[in-house]
Design a binder for this molecule. Structure first.
Ligand SMILES: Cc1cc2nc3c(=O)[nH]c(=O)nc-3n(C[C@H](O)[C@H](O)[C@H](O)COP(=O)(O)OP(=O)(O)OC[C@H]3O[C@@H](n4cnc5c(N)ncnc54)[C@H](O)[C@@H]3O)c2cc1C
Length: 523
């Protein structure tokens, strides 16, 4: 690499932002030589969050993090200054915040009688335990593209464990057995405290304000160019000595076609696919539009690259069945405290300490989270914001006689108050913005080896992949950590950086023995 090398990052999610930071911090790459090309109007990708009290706040997701895992994420954020706490890093401000506001859910599961379900027992039968052990001990090669239901009997999906595990991590019974096994091992510490979510760490505000903005402002200070409203439509390339070499980036920038030349010594990093692709917002009076990849063109770059290049993976394994990868979230803005007051009385948790409350018998399999307030820096006192989601939006509700997918915000609130037995006055001031995400669990779809490209595929010279759809041994998707890890691996390998990527911990064989002991110990 020389000082005139340039780097182009396709996509402006946390993966690309992290890659730019690793290039600068660990590769001494000049920030002014890095350009990030993002199709959306803002950086941050899935880690969005915006709004105001008048129009209502909205965020597609609310994130749980851990400090026992997330090795690469905290390695990054140990170097990124906080925007709100002078002389602290984002890592330090987050640790300090979580020491002051510890998670200890007291109403993790609520049943159809509005009773808090006792969760000291996981509800396992002997058969469940044996099946879980067998799945956790089967090699990934043998699990292949099988589903969780291929390994666990119907009864397992009625256990308290399953309701807590599937709603904490958004698993469905038809998802990948390999990924489920990876989660059991990667989050082994959460396994033993899943009923209180005691291991979960939160950011001070929503993740756009707490993770994206500090990183983005640090990158801007290093001279990184962040170009919004720029969709990359294809990569020009040539072969040389059997190597795949990118020579140009075709893009649509503010609606105009452009080709950015890629010279010898330059690097290209591509975010292939996005879990929030084709997502859409509704309102109090309208349901979100039902979009697909045909509307968004979000997968087409990966699809074009993978054509005739099996080393670049197989996007069809992930984006071919919306019925298996779709769910809906919603963000509620309240102008009076009665809903929060009722929730505090009912759950026994102050906002920011309870984590998910899941209505386990709800047809939509609905959960809500009351985060610490304010959840947005511009949120005035007296305004409160909470987030919720439902894993089965295609089902008719218990209190609203239609699928969630067809409901507006007012109808979603009516369904929620039905499960809580709260008067409708508690949400009289509410603005509920629903969000449909057709590919939200596309990363969990059953996959075969080779369906995801390696961060730096064999036979490429100047191209790497970053994000949720690359192959990383042992680590788990649907996490910020996976994208940051992919970024760190790609950058270190392509730029030849000597520093080691922090390993996935714990990652050795002793883990399996530990897991076996844990399962046996459970009632
Ligand atoms: C509802 C929800 C809940 C979540 N909960 C958690 C949680 O509890 N814990 C946790 O750790 N993680 C959670 N996550 C996951 C986490 O947010 C994501 O894994 C992470 O943000 C993905 O980042 P990324 O950079 O890989 O991809 P993305 O954020 O998807 O970014 C990819 C970007 O690339 C852009 N792009 C793609 N193709 C092109 C192109 N051709 N040209 C230009 N731009 C392009 C897209 O527009 C997008 O902005 C959650 C996510 C959601 C949505």
């Amino acid at each position: 690499m020389n000082t005139i090398s340039k780097a182009y990052l396709v996509g402006g999610g946390i993966g690309s932002l992290a890659a730019a930071a690793f290039m600068i911090r660990d590769g001494n790459f000049p920030g002014r030589n890095i350009s990030i090309l993002e199709a959306a109007p803002v950086m941050g990708g899935s880690l969005d969050g915006a709004g105001d009290p008048a129009l209502g706040y909205s965020m597609r997701g609310g994130r749980m993090l851990t400090t026992d895992n997330y090795e690469c994420t905290w390695d990054l954020y140990r170097s990124i200054p906080s925007l709100i706490r002078a002389d602290k890093t984002v890592f330090e401000e987050t640790v300090e915040f979580n020491e002051a506001h510890r998670s200890n859910a007291m109403a993790r599961l609520v049943d159809r009688r509005r009773a808090k379900v006792p969760v000291t027992s996981m509800g396992f039968s002997m058969q469940d335990r044996l099946e879980l052990l067998k799945l956790s001990q089967t090699a990934e090669e043998s699990l292949g593209a099988s589903c969780i239901t291929d390994w666990l009997s119907p009864r397992f999906f009625q256990t308290e464990f399953w309701y807590m595990w599937c709603t904490t991590f958004a698993f469905q019974p038809w998802h990948s057995a390999v990924e489920f096994k990876r989660y059991l091992l990667r989050f082994i510490l959460e396994f033993s405290r899943i009923e209180t979510l005691a291991g979960v760490k939160r950011t001070i505000y929503n993740q756009y304000d707490s993770l994206v903005l500090p990183l983005q402002s640090w990158l801007a200070a290093q001279g990184v160019e962040m170009i919004a409203d720029c969709r990359v439509t294809n990569l020009d390339h040539r072969a040389d000595g059997g190597k795949f070499i990118v020579t140009g980036i075709q893009c649509l920038r503010h609606g105009l076609n452009e080709v950015i030349p890629v010279d010898d010594g330059d690097f290209v990093f591509v975010q292939n696919g996005s879990m929030t692709d084709a997502s859409s917002l509704g309102s109090m009076t309208s349901a979100p539009a039902q979009l697909t990849k045909k509307d968004s063109a979000g997968w087409s770059l990966w699809e074009k690259l993978a054509e005739g290049h099996p080393e670049f993976g197989n996007p069809a394994a992930f984006n071919s069945c919306i019925a298996q990868s779709c769910w809906e979230s919603f963000t509620v803005t309240l102008q009076d405290p009665s809903f929060f007051d009722e929730m505090i009385r009912f759950s026994g948790n102050l906002p920011g300490t309870g984590g998910l409350v899941t209505f386990k018998d709800s047809n939509w399999l609905m959960s809500i989270v009351l985060a610490f307030q304010p959840h947005f820096p511009n949120q005035p006192a007296g305004v409160q914001v909470f987030w919720g989601y439902a894993l089965l939006p295609d089902r008719v509700g218990n209190f609203i006689a239609k699928p969630m997918a067809e409901c507006n915000g007012a109808e979603i609130l009516r369904e929620l108050c039905g499960h809580l037995r709260f008067d409708s006055e508690t949400v009289e001031s509410a603005n509920c913005i629903p969000c449909r995400m057709p590919y939200i669990t596309s990363m969990f779809m059953p996959r075969k080896p080779g369906d995801r490209p390696l961060p730096v595929p064999l036979g490429v010279k100047n191209l790497a992949f970053i994000g949720q759809f690359v192959e990383i041994a042992h680590d788990v998707v649907f996490t910020v950590e996976y994208s940051v890890r992919a970024a760190q691996m790609s950058v270190y390998e392509l730029l030849g950086i000597e520093r080691k990527v922090p390993p996935v911990t714990p990652h050795d064989k002793s883990l399996e023995a530990e897991f076996e002991a844990l399962i046996k110990a459970f009632k």
